[in-house]
Write a protein that binds this ligand. Structure first.
Ligand code: S3P
Length: 426
């Protein structure tokens, strides 16, 4: 599918966005091993979160979906049944990496597959800790999906993660629910803590602090009634687009503002965006608020170290912003971008160049010069949702229409993106 986006002078109005992808995955997985019926409202409409539901269903769990309301009847930590065939995670790294933690403690083998993109993403990062806990895990060429997991009784471990990855941390903590004793994970830089927050909400014995988390198994999780906040990583496209367009005044309702995700708001404010947080409250341990953003002059800046990790999903759209900022944007310490749904250093640079923007790449990042103007042209999502949406933002401030090929990729996290964008630009 090709979407053609015309330049716009502003974004305005008030939008509600779909439920957070990271939180939706976690609520669904925990509900699937809780003892009874959980209800999750505002569940992400993205295909990735529905891949998680499909896998849970294939494991014999009753899942009822009515729009964005999902009911899941968990049968406790050992309520899964051996799946009749492969578990298909689609495009979703979160589904494969996190659910593997729960499969590692099951007394039956499972085979996990994914689409072409997921089949190229590294899995040693979860295989190593799960093997140390006692599960047998095999992969194609020792590292890529399909994964075959032969679970069983697990030992608790203390695990020092070599890469900063919330998916790996979550995988180990979920496996730790089934191991007898304390499982501890330490991370090199702080990553999103939705799993720790959600585990607490479901009644697990969990402790955590900056850079570490610990869970006590075997756990008994209680079913819950939950509401998922709007997705800040989806909001990012609208926040950046509105900040870039001078006449904008846009309000985004009900957005998750967990401090381990909200670095985006601080970074945008630091580069000069006129962004305000209104009405902040707490729901199930997660801060939720309203954001208002207006068009402003943007300075640009540097993303490095822990900030690159904290903003890893937002870098494509921030690189777009860099091109129209005063000083441009330099991104370092972000080699993880190379193993996302696409190699996002290359796919961002390729599309920027197609729209006439000067950019240099490095093994761990890129540098986009400031004070440039996007030209009309054709870009490609390369099958990556965040690339499709980042370049729709570029299109809004181009000197003519931009065609985005493979625009359907946005559905992985945000099926309503194109209609919401048109609504705000109208
Ligand atoms: C996610 C963690 C990040 C992020 C992904 C979602 C999560 O991945 O890029 O979109 O929900 O835990 P890594 O754990 O690979 O950094």
């Amino acid at each position: 599918m090709v979407e053609v986006i015309s330049p716009a002078s502003r974004l305005h109005g008030s939008l509600t966005l779909p439920g957070d992808k990271s939180i939706s995955h976690r609520y669904a997985m925990l509900a699937s091993v809780a003892g009874g019926l959980s209800t999750i409202r505002n569940y992400s409409s993205g295909a990735d979160c529905h891949s998680t539901l499909r896998c849970i269903r294939a494991l014999g769990i009753e899942v009822d979906v009515q729009g964005t309301e999902v009911r899941i009847r968990g049968g406790g930590l050992h309520g899964y049944r051996a799946p009749a065939g492969d578990l298909d995670a689609g495009n979703s790294g979160s589904t494969m990496r996190m659910l593997s933690g729960l499969l590692a403690g099951q007394p039956f083998p499972s085979r996990f597959t994914g689409d072409e993109s997921l089949s190229r993403r590294p899995m040693q990062r979860i295989m190593e800790p799960l093997r140390r806990m006692g599960a047998a895990v095999e992969a194609r060429d020792g590292k890529f999906p399909p994964l075959v997991i032969r679970g069983g009784a697990l030992q608790p471990i203390e695990y020092e993660m070599p890469v900063a990855s919330a998916q790996v941390k979550s995988c180990v903590l979920l496996a730790g629910l089934m191991a007898e004793g304390l499982t501890t994970v330490r991370e090199p830089v702080r990553t999103r803590d939705h799993t720790e927050v959600a585990l607490r909400e479901f009644g697990a014995d969990v402790e955590s602090g900056p850079g570490w988390a610990r869970v006590r198994g075997p756990a008994r999780l209680e079913p819950r009634e939950l509401i998922v906040p709007g997705d800040l990583s989806s909001a990012a496209f609208f926040l950046v687009a509105a900040a870039m367009l001078e006449g904008s005044d846009l309000v985004l309702e009900n957005i998750g503002l967990n401090p381990t995700r909200a670095a985006l708001v601080d970074f945008l404010a630091a580069v000069g965006a006129d962004i305000q947080v209104l009405d902040i409250g707490m729901r199930h341990g997660e801060p939720v608020g309203v954001l208002r953003v207006r068009g402003s002059r943007l300075a640009g800046g540097v993303l490095e170290k822990g900030l690159s990790a904290a903003l890893i999903d937002e870098i494509p759209v921030l690189a777009v912003m860099g091109a129209v900022s005063e000083e441009g944007l330099a991104v370092r310490d972000a080699a993880e971008l190379r193993v996302k749904e696409t190699d996002r250093i290359e796919t961002v640079a390729e599309n920027l160049r197609r729209l006439g923007i000067r950019v240099e790449t490095a093994p761990d990042g890129l540098r986009v010069e400031g004070r440039q103007r996007f030209r009309s042209g054709t870009v490609d999502s390369f099958g990556d949702h965040r690339i499709a949406m980042a370049f729709a933002v570029a299109a809004l401030s181009a000197d003519g229409p931009v065609a985005i090929e493979g625009a359907e990729a946005a559905s992985v996290s945000f099926p309503e993106f194109w209609s919401k964008l048109r609504e705000a630009a109208a």
